[in-house]
Design a protein around this ligand. Structure first.
Ligand SMILES: C[S@@+](CC[C@H](N)C(=O)[O-])C[C@H]1O[C@@H](n2cnc3c(N)ncnc32)[C@H](O)[C@@H]1O
Length: 319
């Protein structure tokens, strides 16, 4: 089981020493930041699902269409009867389709938003009664471990949604290497990658007209208030999202709308008007660069499928 207890993050409301240290260290740094994993309490997970349905958010639609149109080829490459493991499983919607297509025997969803995941796994069990489906609440960056009884053979680690883009390249390699170890020598990884594209398309996807992504971004402050006992006033923070072409990544920030002091037990920080808290990166790796990261992590062979616009890729990587 994961080293962080299932209860810690999303049965949310209790301040916890590990989160206190991590969040306050980020807030206290010269460039203040909060890890994007803290977007996801129950409300954050619900807001993310709303984002996936927005007209501007092409990622989920494109990935699902790709999985559908190349489903036969992907299933042939992956092989039937797999044990599917999805870090950051969220709603498990994509897992449902994949497990059905692969006639998977087992599914393990791991997510930091544990209550939300438990609901999703209950729905998955009802929809696919022959599947042994388990929920593991926990932080994948603290280690990827599985419940007892999950077969060690024929494992497929499924990491869709371009979630790997949230990690700086060295962190991404470390996480991919963990996935490689979890998959084992006869296992594989099926991963979704958002590719570089027109800046306006990218920026709209992370700053939608209805303001759902803005609410999602600000929710990190509400979650922080519960986790560390801080007193962020969400109305004082503006959502900002832009493409950084040098790093090839979307950056999300929260910008202080006026000078303010934020307090938490044992500390606090003054923010100047206009100062930002960096809340997320979403790297857009060209496919060859991503394949190089996979190789560094121990995946020697890979095959990929891309949509007609060249916006998104599914990559199947073997040890
Ligand atoms: C972008 S969503 C993707 C959800 C789903 N896999 C999909 O493709 O639609 C990221 C998911 O990863 C989870 N997550 C983010 N950081 C995590 C971490 N450090 N450990 C475990 N889960 C995490 C979130 O709660 C969320 O459900």
């Amino acid at each position: 089981m994961p080293s962080i207890a299932a209860s810690v993050l999303s049965r949310t409301a209790q301040p916890h020493p590990a989160h206190w240290s991590e969040i306050t260290a980020g807030l206290g740094a010269p460039q203040a930041s909060i890890s994007p994993k803290y977007f996801y309490d129950q409300r954050g997970s619900e807001l993310f699902e709303a984002i996936t349905r927005l007209p501007e958010y092409y990622l989920t639609r494109t990935e699902r269409a790709l999985m559908h149109s190349h489903g036969g080829a992907i299933a042939a490459a992956v092989g039937a009867g797999r044990v599917v493991i999805e870090p950051g499983a969220g709603s498990c919607d994509k897992a449902h389709d994949l497990c059905l297509r692969l006639a998977a025997t087992h599914f393990v969803g791991v997510d930091i938003s544990a209550d939300y995941l438990h609901g999703a796994i209950a729905r998955l069990r009802a929809a696919l009664p022959g599947l042994d489906a388990r929920a593991v609440g926990g932080d994948i960056t603290a280690g990827l471990r599985l419940p007892a009884g999950i077969p060690a053979e024929r494992r497929l680690v499924f990491y869709p949604g371009s979630s790997i883009g949230n990690f700086d390249p060295p962190q991404a390699v470390a996480l991919l290497a963990q996935m490689r170890a979890l998959a084992g020598d006869d296992g594989a990884l099926l991963i979704g990658i958002d590719l570089p594209k027109d800046r306006a398309v990218l920026e709209a996807a992370y700053d939608d007209a209805a303001g759902v992504t803005a609410a999602f971004n600000r929710n990190v402050l509400a979650h922080a208030n519960r986790l560390i006992g801080s007193d962020f006033d969400l109305r004082q923070w503006r959502h900002r999202a832009f493409f950084n072409p040098v790093a090839s990544r979307i950056e999300m920030h929260l910008q202080a709308q006026g000078r303010q002091r934020v307090r938490w037990p044992g500390g606090g920080r003054d923010f100047a008007a206009g100062e930002c808290i960096h809340t997320e990166n979403s790297y857009k790796h060209p496919l060859p660069a991503f394949t190089a990261l996979l190789r560094e992590a121990g995946f020697a062979r890979s095959q990929s499928w891309t949509d007609a616009r060249g916006w998104y890729a599914m990559v199947h990587a073997r040890a």
